[in-house]
Design a binder for this molecule. Sequence first.
Ligand code: NDP
Ligand code: 2IT
Length: 450
Amino acid sequence: MISTKNGTIEKFIQLAKKRNPHQPEFIQAITEVAHSIIPYIEEHPEYEKTNILERIIEAERIIIFRVPWTNDNGQCMVNRGYRIQMNNAIGPYKGGLRFHPTVNLSILKFLAFEQVFKNSLTTLPMGGAKGGSDFDPKGKSDNEVMRFCQSFMNELYRHIGPNTDVPAGDIGVGGREIGYLFGQYKRLSNKFTGVLTGKGFAYGGSLIRPEATGYGLLFFVEEMLKTIGEKIKGKKVVISGSGNVAQYAIEKTIQMGGIPLTASDSDGFIYDIDGIDKDKLAFIMELKGVHRGRISEYAKKYNVPYYKGEKPWKIPCDIALPCAVQNELEEKDAKLLVKNKCKLVAEGANMPTTIEAIKYLQSKNILYAPGKASNAGGVATSGLEMSQNSIRLSWSRNEVEDKLQHIMQNIHNQCVHHGEKVDGTIDYMKGANIAGFVRVADAMLAEGHV
Ligand code: NDP
Ligand code: 2IT
């Protein structure tokens, strides 16, 4: 047992490091949470007595498995599959699947851990999980991706279910992959259920789920700006990524009258000084979703600058939205943003801002929102997809979007409730961590030592 009263935050982190060696991303996520939660726990002995925090950082179950598959040349390939079932105190395990060559235990444990708090913030009944594989969909044919997904599901299916664990998409897993995974689950189980979210509309998906993370992010940004009496209209917005989250963040920015200036992928970024408009966004969507091409092609088509191997944070802006990958915004980037008068950073990706960069932004009073709050719209709409599947009805676009906006406003309110400082500014990290924690911790207390 670790006593937070007699010990320190540092002691807790040291112990976590010892129990989870060589897992830097997981330790980073724990560190961010520990700094907000340990002082709160010290004021609430019921959590301390029952070792809630020590239990919360320990996954309830981790499944690791072999995924053999055949490539188009008839060769047998092998990848590693994972599912981290982190916490089911408030609902069935829920969270995405990531297919990317960098996937490892540390990355999936950090994502599963973040998901517990994020899902709690939505107030919908969803526990936290994450999974995926080191499989790289880039350069693979549709048939190769299908055979991989089928083999992945051949093992995963026995661990999931609509009331047990409901996976969805994340990096490298979009509509195409969810379709193949769902098809194989159905075949193995002989059941048509809401076992996955992000499904196509034709077979049980929810309207607005593809848009939800990006749209939700902009709804959240709108709430943040309201606290300083401002609006998105007319603001210059720098966005990283060009996948699912980035595309719909760009779309909502345009709808709200903002000016999206950049998009990126792992090779570099484009800077469109006139702003990415609806037609140019349609080009990005087709480039990425259909041709699976590189963002550099945008620069060629529209004759705008392309910065190979660079990130977009040096472009002057009012708002920065990292929507690609963890640790993509470092302290030096934060300094550039502040120097260029950026006033708000909100995370579309999970943990894209390093701890040093967050500290710097907060020290300069930049409005900063952690992904567990600002990108929760995706999983929230997954929760709405689960509800629709359960009642065997589907809601209209407007109904789902209204609910999404309401949920994002509510998450903002929770951040204010637990994160408002004496000077009236809001520590969104603290607010999100405490609000997310309390719901899960209270459920764990009620459910006993499980
Ligand atoms: P996609 O696979 O659709 O897009 C990922 C984007 O990030 C691509 O542009 C990709 O470029 C880029 N990227 C990936 N790895 C790197 C890297 N190492 N360096 C720079 N760019 C990189 O994924 P999503 O849009 O779904 O996910 C983006 C982020 O949002 C992730 O952090 C994810 O965890 C998070 N998120 C996703 C949600 C969802 O509902 N999908 C919900 C909440 C958060 P490239 O094509 O070169 O790989
Ligand atoms: O990080 C995330 O919240 C997601 N990838 C979405 C998870 C989900 O279950 O919709």
